[in-house]
Design a protein around this ligand. Structure first.
Ligand code: CA
Length: 217
C-alpha cells in the first residue's frame, strides 16, 4: 500500500509520514501542486492538502481526475465547508480536517482503498480471490470456502505480505465490536490453510496476526 502525500507544511508532513510508516503504509511525499499528477503512478491513495504553495488542491483534484481514478482523501485545515463539498463533488473519496490522528487517517486510507477494490479480483501469485463472483483459486483450482473463510482470505489478499492484526481480522470478518475468544479466528485460519492445500500460504506473525505469503519470499 503506497500513499502519495501532498503536504507543504513540514510540521505536518514529518509526523504524518513517520506515523503512516508505523501503520504499515508506504509513502511518497510531494510539496507542490504541479508535482501531483506526474507522481501519481503507483500510488494506491492520494492524501491531498488543499492549500499548496503553487496552487489550490481543488484544481489539482480536477486535473487528477482527468487522468486517474486513484482514491483521494482531501486534508484541510480550513473550517470552510465549501472546500469539502466541492472536493467531494469533484471526486474526492473522503476528507479529513486537520488536526487528525494518524491512526484514524490510516484506517480511512485503507477504507477508501478497499472500497475501490470491492469488486475487483485480488491476485497474489498462486492465490486468486475473485470478490464479484465469490470464488477463490489456488494454482488455478477453485477452492470451496465458507463465507467466513472467504472473507478472511480476501482481507489477507488485499495486501499480500502485510501483517494484518488479529483485531483488524476480527472487526472486518466478524464484528466491529467482536469480543469473543481469539480461538474462533485461529480455528478459521487452520481450516482455511487446510483447504488452500498449503499451510505456508497463510503465515502466522507472532504477537500480531496473519499475513498472506508473498511468492518468492
Ligand atoms: Ca498547506
Amino acid at each position: 500500500m503506497k500513499v502519495l502525500v501532498v503536504e507543504d507544511d513540514p510540521a505536518v508532513a514529518e509526523p504524518l509520514l513517520s506515523g503512516l510508516q508505523r501503520n504499515g503504509i508506504d509513502t511518497e511525499h510531494v510539496v507542490y501542486a504541479s508535482q501531483v499528477v506526474p507522481s501519481v503512478t503507483g500510488a494506491d491513495v492520494v492524501l491531498l492538502d488543499l492549500g499548496l504553495p503553487d496552487g489550490d488542491g481543488i484544481d489539482v483534484l480536477r486535473d487528477l481526475r482527468k487522468v486517474s481514478d486513484v482514491p483521494v482523501i482531501i486534508a484541510t485545515a480550513r473550517g470552510d465547508e465549501t472546500d469539502r463539498i466541492v472536493g467531494l463533488e469533484l471526486g474526492a473519496d473522503d476528507y479529513v480536517v486537520k488536526p487528525y490522528s494518524v491512526r484514524e487517517l490510516a484506517a480511512r486510507i485503507r477504507a477508501v482503498a478497499r472500497r475501490r477494490r470491492v469488486d475487483s479480483t485480488l491476485e497474489s501469485g498462486r492465490v486468486v480471490v475473485d470478490r464479484s463472483r465469490h470464488r477463490a483459486l489456488v494454482d488455478g483450482q477453485e477452492v470451496e470456502l465458507t463465507a467466513k473463510e472467504f472473507d478472511l482470505l480476501a482481507v489477507l489478499a488485499e495486501e499480500p505480505g502485510r501483517a494484518v492484526t488479529r483485531q483488524e481480522l476480527f472487526s472486518r470478518v466478524w464484528d466491529p465490536v467482536w469480543v469473543g475468544s481469539g480461538k474462533t479466528l485461529d480455528v478459521h485460519v487452520a481450516s482455511l490453510r487446510k483447504k488452500l492445500g498449503d499451510a505456508s500460504l497463510v503465515e502466522t506473525v507472532r504477537g500480531v496476526g496473519y499475513r498472506l505469503a508473498v511468492d518468492g519470499t
